[in-house]
Design a protein. Structure first.
Length: 153
């Protein structure tokens, strides 16, 4: 049986509060749930520069158009920030379906972030989905393409 000690969840531009904590019991074990927010500028196309934000007591998505200002806002309240999928890739064959956009981090001139997200399932899946056939294979056998952090990251 697989044991999980903690789960960290973020949603895009939605701050969920009041659910962090330990769940379970002594018999089955405890799991720590932490929630945060994945912030990005919805008006920017493509929607690059996603930032994972934790331990922020109020919404800071209004600063998304300016990544440095967003980082200042997070740091000013003692929050933590992690650059999400820093080297995300585009999947050209998915374009007709409205999917497969490249959404990496592009504002490398910023400072003050806590760290990097080094392993992103969707970014790794997209990298392995080099064709429609490979995408189907990756869909049904993600373990074949999602194997760990990429060397660039």
């Amino acid at each position: 049986m697989l044991a999980v000690d903690f789960v960290v969840v973020t949603d895009h531009n939605v701050l969920v509060q009041g659910v962090c904590g330990y769940y379970g019991d002594e018999a089955s074990g405890y799991v720590l749930l932490l929630t945060g927010e994945e912030i990005h500028d919805r008006t920017r196309l493509p929607q690059v520069n996603h930032l994972l934000v934790y331990n922020v007591p109020h919404e800071v998505v209004q600063y998304a158009p300016d990544p440095q200002r967003l980082l200042y806002a997070v740091n000013n309240v003692g929050g933590l920030s992690f650059i999400a999928h820093p080297f995300d890739h585009r999947v050209p064959w998915m374009r007709p379906f409205g999917l497969g956009q490249q959404i990496p981090w592009t504002s490398w001139e910023v400072s003050g972030y806590t760290g990097l997200e080094i392993w992103n399932f969707m970014s790794d899946w997209k990298e392995g989905a080099t064709s429609f056939r490979a995408g189907l294979r990756a869909l049904f056998r993600p373990d074949a393409v999602v194997t760990g952090p990429r060397p660039a990251t």
